[in-house]
Design a protein around this ligand. Structure first.
Ligand SMILES: Cc1cc2nc3c(=O)[nH]c(=O)nc-3n(C[C@H](O)[C@H](O)[C@H](O)COP(=O)(O)OP(=O)(O)OC[C@H]3O[C@@H](n4cnc5c(N)ncnc54)[C@H](O)[C@@H]3O)c2cc1C
Length: 433
């Protein structure tokens, strides 16, 4: 392929103790944690709002706070749920502990918490590169309407979900041969949720929170086999707390987010799929007679991108056998939930005790000042398929933020961090470990 070499001077618009890349559930929590530890913190996000898959991808409910009715995630993540609930933007469903939320309240509450903590937000800014000096990253740069801008930092957290900072800085990553598929979520209005078909499945009204609606699954399966419906998963429905909107997760595509053209084509195809599926429901189920697609998410939801090659690779066996680590910094409670790329089915594994997530799965042996947070930590297919849910990635984010802050204070490489001190910090701030 023909290539171009371009040399340009990039203005350095700030210098920070901690620079967090990506404002999803793990990233915004990491930024709040670092800032509350008194560190000068920046948060860079490509969208004009924070919240990641929750707000950009319409991925609700927020799952993973509870195991057998006992809360296993605390700290900033739980404070967020309490603040959302007080504002009327969240409702916890016991005993499973899914949290139904209103997406617009999430955007507002996240930006309030981040701003109150004193974090500088660089929004509408797409991270496109990093400067590496030996074993350290010294700056990250990003594109926005000002042009290309850079931030220097002492420590960086990659919370882009897809490991964009790691890739830009040449820090080793892996990609699963078959990453979990994409799903493009959307909202429906005008659905009658009071009839038995939907009533028991709708999250915050129902007895069976967020379950797949079996009748609609069988219907789509038949239509798919007959060539009349596209590839699908679920469907899963969640009511937004306010208004009559229903968030729907039903589309599915095996494309990788790491292939720009394939990802774009998948989004366009899934938009067609959304309208085709809704048309089929409208024609065949009275509940959907007046249904309209009221909005689609900002982008197609990504379950899996790059993973950091960490000091330790967390395995499914570790999680399922409740292996405890001296450097456990977060717990994972959600079922192992692997969506297949070649069909609408799922592989589910239940486990009884919360799994442990070690700090060593968040750091590279090759780089001294970068920490990974969220779904991109070093984990095999099974471990990733439980820890990727939002409560857990927020807990990982808090660990990343407090770890970076401790590293700033001590001036240590991330590999030499005193993990006992980190755990104490986390527990003091409400984490469940
Ligand atoms: C379809 C689907 C259904 C799901 N269902 C549930 C569910 O029911 N319950 C649940 O709890 N979890 C669910 N999940 C999982 C969960 O939403 C994600 O795993 C979680 O949001 C991951 O958080 P994160 O912070 O690691 O990454 P993300 O949420 O992906 O956030 C990454 C952030 O970084 C930003 N970013 C990325 N690249 C760049 C860049 N180059 N420059 C600047 N910013 C960048 C993004 O805009 C985003 O804000 C689902 C996920 C999907 C895709």
């Amino acid at each position: 392929m023909k290539t171009l070499s371009v040399t340009k001077s990039i203005p350095v618009v700030g210098r920070y103790d901690v620079v967090v890349c990506g404002g999803g559930p793990s990233g915004w929590v990491a930024a709040v944690a670092a800032a509350r530890e008194g560190k000068k913190t920046a948060l860079i996000e490509r969208f004009g709002f924070l919240g990641g898959a929750t707000t950009a991808g319409y991925v609700i409910p927020i799952s993973g706070f509870f195991k057998k009715g006992v809360r296993k995630v605390g700290g900033i993540a739980w404070e967020y749920i309490e603040r959302l609930s007080a504002a009327g933007g969240a409702q916890v469903e016991y005993p499973r502990g899914h949290v139904s939320v209103d997406i617009e309240y999430c955007k507002l509450e996240v930006q309030r918490m981040v701003t109150e903590a004193g974090v500088d937000i660089y929004s509408n800014s797409y991270i496109s590169g990093a400067v590496r000096d030996g074993r350290r990253v010294s700056a990250v740069y990003f594109e926005n309407k000002n042009g290309t801008e850079a931030l220097e930092g002492d420590y960086f957290i990659d919370a882009t979900g897809d490991g964009d900072l790691l890739a830009a800085a040449g820090i080793p990553t892996t990609v699963e041969e078959h990453p979990q598929p994409l799903s493009y979520c959307f909202e429906l209005s005008g659905v009658d949720v009071t009839t038995p078909l939907l009533r028991d499945y709708i999250h915050h009204d129902g007895k069976v929170p967020a379950s797949e609606v079996g009748v609609l699954h069988e219907f789509l399966k038949e239509k798919h086999i007959a060539g009349e419906a596209p590839l699908f998963g679920g469907p899963w429905f969640n009511t937004e707390l306010n208004g009559d909107r229903l968030a729907v997760n039903v589309t599915r595509d095996p494309a990788s987010v790491l292939d720009n053209r394939a990802y774009g084509a998948a989004e366009r195809k899934m938009r067609e799929d959304i309208f085709r599926i809704v048309e089929l429901w409208r024609e065949n189920f009275p509940e959907f007679k007046n249904a309209v697609v009221s909005s689609t998410a900002a982008n197609a939801g990504v379950r899996e991108g790059r993973h950091i090659v960490g000091v330790y690779r967390l395995t499914g066996d570790d999680v399922l056998n409740t292996v405890r680590f001296p450097d456990t910094v977060a717990l994972t409670t959600h079922i192992v939930d692997i969506h297949r790329t070649d069909g609408g089915e799922q592989r589910i594994i239940n486990f009884d005790e919360a799994g442990h997530i070690p700090y060593r799965s968040m750091i590279s042996p090759d780089c001294d000042n970068v920490i990974a947070a969220g779904r991109m930590i070093c984990a095999d297919e099974i471990a990733h398929a439980t820890l990727r849910v939002q409560a857990c990635v927020m807990a990982i984010g808090e660990a990343a933020g407090r770890a970076a802050a401790l590293c700033v204070t001590e001036g240590t490489p991330v590999q030499q961090l005193d993990t006992a001190a980190l755990r104490n910090d986390l527990i003091r701030n409400g984490a469940v470990l």
